[in-house]
Design a binder for this molecule. Sequence first.
Ligand code: PDD
Length: 282
Amino acid sequence: MDWILHNDEFIQEVDLKISKEDRGYQFGDGIYEVIRVYGGDLYTAKEHIDRFYASAEKVKIVVPYTKDVFHKLMYDLVERNEINNGQVYVQITRGAFMRQHHFPSDTSPVVVAYTKSVERPLELMRNGAHAIFLEDIRWLRCDIKSLNLLGNVMAKQEAYENGCYEAVLHRGEVITEGSSSNMYGIKDGILYTHPATNLILDGITRRTILGLCDELGITVQQTPMTKDQALDMDEFFMSSTTAEIIPLTQIDGNKIGTGERGTLTEKLQKAFEAKLNLGVQI
Ligand code: PDD
């Protein structure tokens, strides 16, 4: 059976005891990360760990170990569970206390992490997916990887109920990001994406993609797109830790560009894959 990390102990799931008054459970009072594992290695671990600590700090939760210890715990978990290709989910909550909104004075945070084997979504990467536009009704601190995901969950569900894979969220006319991904459009060889403000999560995959654009000589404009501009793009795609780069070939039933994976999207996918040392798969 798989091991679970509970604070600084590796335990079995049957032994995991979480209080009914854990503030993560009652208020979504905590933050999380999803880290990809390729070939038994944590991918872009430092970036994910830095963001975990940054999110925690923004909500005034103190992670109870150093980043080095945290990294080692994540690594040990992957090794113990013999994960080759998969992911680590890790969250920290403010801990358990009699229910009240303001922070308790002396509560210890609770960390839980577990692993899962996951395959790369190769079929979607090649053939793309469809999306819908939805108003972004989330709070104004989307830069924090908060456990409060109700706005995201509702958006994803709406996409699924409409036979789509993702929701392209917009505030008024301006596209922010996806329900669990970042969004990009390509027009005349220039890549457009929302700047990393409080309105989006500064995705680790996004940072990798912007680095690849630099290497490949693709001009990037971190300028928000409007919905009309998005529909007029030559190519459109989304990114996340688990999805990597998935072309979005239709939004609200409108074809983007040719309605198939675009050439620069494919080039970025291949460049992304080349860094994983998994051979050619896409
Ligand atoms: N989601 N924006 C949102 C709202 C997200 O939830 C995610 C990732 C991203 C992409 O970030 P990254 O490239 O660092 O994964 C952007 C994760 C995978 C999840 O909640 O499962």
